[in-house]
Design a protein around this ligand. Structure first.
Ligand SMILES: NC(=O)C1=CN([C@@H]2O[C@H](COP(=O)(O)OP(=O)(O)OC[C@H]3O[C@@H](n4cnc5c(N)ncnc54)[C@H](O)[C@@H]3O)[C@@H](O)[C@H]2O)C=CC1
Ligand SMILES: O=C(O)[C@@H](O)C(=O)[C@H](O)[C@@H](O)CO
Length: 338
């Protein structure tokens, strides 16, 4: 299978992380430094970028991710190009990741460069954390081939990439980008142009609530993070948020949201209409066969067994699974350090 070159506009944190991921997946990757610099300054940037990618590749390999003997070949797929050699860097590139700073001017300059040099079938994917695809579409003459691809940090480890098209993005562009990412082993999900995509929107609430717990003196920072690592994160890593609503019961969420709102006087705990409506319609999840997902045709026992198996594997993988106690004088187990 042939893999065409990938271009990253911007050789900063995201550009380097994406270059690592794409090179690992067999692509030649060109990092285009978007800032005009004198030759010595460019050489420093180039050496620094390649050294950082080499070191993150080595770290993953040394941690058991892949054979360390492959690091050199993978790093050899990455090249860094100066701003005044843009044309050569664009030649043949099927996929362009824009990864310049999160300012309108930097994005506009990068998109203008794409308009000038991109191949006629190239896809332009912005890595912006906050700007909507619908806004960015106005910055390019190629809105049909432009969309957002929001990677999570570290890009070379987190499988998820959130893809957000504008209403002008051509379906073929979306499908091609998904195919390329899937070939890489990534897991693309689609979302509309809406602030915060999926993960940043959910995690902003969760992160702020965690900070608030510390601010209010409810729990120490250590205990908040232990709660997340050994409960919240572990379980939602297996079940997902909506699946767990169905698993535990939408009725529990309905009542919990009411209680929390009344007890704290804070509207941020109120359930959205969809939770209240499902409660009213008896769509509370596994128990009624319908919730956010439809279980009516499913073998619930087989489903539970499969999910519990995944859960057990996650607990075991975290080194937290214990065999049953078989003798009264077995020493007590101690909890993990962190
Ligand atoms: N850092 C992160 O964790 C994440 C960042 N993003 C998004 O990725 C994009 C890139 O972010 P980072 O890689 O963190 O930025 P960065 O500051 O590390 O890198 C930006 C690169 O763009 C280039 N550049 C072009 N025009 C520039 C200008 N006018 N001033 C300075 N540098 C210029 C430089 O080569 C610089 O290295 C942003 O849109 C950001 O919101 C998305 C997800 C996570
Ligand atoms: O990895 C991430 O979560 C980033 O891609 C982000 O988008 C930002 O860190 C943002 O969510 C800040 O909360």
């Amino acid at each position: 299978m042939s893999r065409r070159p990938v271009l990253c506009l911007g050789a900063g944190r995201m550009g380097r992380g994406i270059a690592h991921a794409m090179a690992h997946g067999g692509h030649d990757v060109r990092l285009l430094d978007m800032k005009p610099r004198d030759p010595a300054d460019f050489r420093r940037l180039k050496d620094e970028a390649l050294a950082e990618i080499g070191s993150s590749l080595s770290m993953v390999a040394d941690l058991g991710g892949f054979d360390p003997a492959l690091v050199g070949d993978i790093l050899g797929r990455v090249s860094v190009h100066p701003a005044d050699r843009a044309e050569a860097a664009f030649a043949g590139a099927e996929l362009i990741f824009e990864a310049v700073p999160e300012t309108h001017d930097a994005k506009a300059a990068a998109f203008a460069l794409v308009d000038r040099h991109a191949e006629s079938d190239a896809i332009l994917a912005s890595t912006t954390s906050t700007m909507l695809a619908t806004e960015l579409a106005g910055l390019t003459a190629l809105p049909g081939r432009t969309l957002n691809a929001h990677w999570l940090n570290p890009a070379f480890l987190v499988p998820l990439v959130e893809i957000s098209p504008s209403d002008q993005t051509e379906p073929d562009t979306l499908a091609r980008l998904e195919r390329i990412l899937e070939q890489l082993g990534k897991v693309p999900v689609r979302c509309k142009a809406s602030p915060g995509y999926i993960v940043p929107r959910i995690q902003a609430l969760a992160m702020n609530e965690a900070a608030r717990l510390v601010e209010e003196g409810v729990a120490s920072a250590e205990d908040v993070d232990r709660a997340v690592k050994y409960g919240f994160g572990l379980r939602f890593g297996v079940l997902g948020l909506l699946e767990f609503i169905d698993w535990g019961g939408g009725d529990i969420l309905f009542h919990a949201s009411r209680y929390m709102t009344q007890a704290t006087g804070e509207q941020r705990f109120a359930a959205p209409a969809i939770v209240n409506d499902k409660m009213e319609n008896g769509q509370i999840g596994l128990r009624t066969g319908q919730g956010f997902f439809d279980y009516s045709d499913r073998d619930i026992d087989a489903y539970r067994r499969e999910r519990l198996g995944a859960f057990l594997a996650a607990v075991r993988n975290a080194g937290l699974w214990n065999q049953p106690v078989t003798s009264a004088d077995e020493p007590r187990r101690s909890p993990p350090e962190q």
